[in-house]
Ligand binder design. Structure first.
Ligand code: SAM
Length: 298
């Protein structure tokens, strides 16, 4: 790191993502890969640099070169950086109108289709499930639908092991339950502290959590409904496109995909999905990518 850069950064005010020197950014990427197995190559540089910059500021260094030195020598900084990079913000029934459409339209259609085929199963996958709020919200909906004759599988997956452990505990602060209707809260959540609520064990037992990196792991489970909300915003367009194609493969015709409010379909993925409830970012899969077309009529 040249002295002139240090002087510049000192006079420039708080360190921001664009202040990152390319070589320092590459070094952060390689430290993360080598020491934690976390691969940043597929993430958008701009978002990532902004987040790493928040750690440069928090460590009081204001200089990307000195931050690299800190990261090399301090394990707790590596942990802090990983936490910042995999932000785990979520809420039960986040965007409630989306859950209303799922409850009133999408799930009844999937149930009717399964009955029509003589199948009694429903497979739901919440990708990037953070603390479990999303898959548990699905479990709450299904619990109330009383599908006793159905085999229901709800998978919550995330790249972060610690957040999955938290998800399994199913204990939340009131802020995470803000959108839970009062009767549901009373029935399914037990207050266990001043600002702490625990989800009903039966609902908890409906969700299976597993570590899965949607960028790197090839084994996508088959599903009738995939929620992948507020996860791909950090990925490059190319990666988003690849993931969306894989979702189409694993869903098949007339199954559904839900994205986050700030996300949309792009590239070749638009061939596989049709926008069904545009405001809610709910898409119907209309065909699978060509290489799996033969398996289309399952
Ligand atoms: C902002 S949270 C979204 C939580 C929830 N889907 C929602 O919308 O409320 C993003 C989650 O995606 C996870 N994530 C980031 N990269 C991932 C990857 N490559 N594979 C799987 N999960 C990932 C993060 O660990 C984090 O828990």
């Amino acid at each position: 790191m040249s002295d002139s850069f240090k002087d510049d950064s000192a006079s420039k005010g708080p360190f921001v993502g664009t202040d990152f020197q390319d070589e320092d950014f590459r070094e952060v990427v390689s430290i993360l890969r080598e020491r934690s197995g976390f691969d940043l190559d597929s993430y958008k540089d701009r978002c990532i640099k902004r987040r790493i910059a928040s750690r440069v500021r928090a460590s009081g260094l204001n200089d990307s070169g000195r931050y690299v030195d800190l990261l090399r020598s301090d394990n707790s900084e590596l942990e802090a950086l990983l936490a910042v990079l995999t932000i785990h913000v979520s809420q039960f029934f986040r965007n409630p109108s989306t859950y209303r459409v799922l409850e009133e339209k999408v799930l009844p259609e999937l149930v009717a289709a399964a009955r029509g085929l003589g199948e009694r199963r429903l497979r739901l996958w919440s990708v990037g499930c953070a603390g479990g709020e999303e898959p548990y919200s699905l479990a709450l909906l299904l619990h109330d639908m009383k599908l006793d004759d159905f085999e229901i599988s709800i998978i919550g997956s995330d790249v972060s092991e610690p957040i999955l452990e938290k998800a399994q505990q199913a204990e939340y602060k009131a802020a995470h339950l803000f959108e839970v209707p009062a009767p549901v809260r009373q029935r399914y959540f037990e207050q266990i502290g001043e600002d702490r609520y625990r989800l009903d064990p039966e609902v908890r037992g409906m969700v299976r959590f597993q570590r899965h990196n949607v960028l790197a792991d090839a084994d996508y489970p088959e599903a009738d409904l995939i929620l992948c909300r507020n996860v791909m915003i950090y990925f490059s367009r190319e990666e988003q496109n690849k993931i969306l194609s894989r979702f189409a493969s694993t869903l098949g015709r007339d199954r559904f995909l839900v994205l986050g409010r700030a996300e949309t379909l792009m590239g070749t993925a638009r061939e596989y999905f049709r926008s069904e409830y545009p405001v809610e970012r709910i898409y119907r899969c209309q065909k699978r990518p060509a290489e799996t077309a033969a398996a289309e009529c399952r």
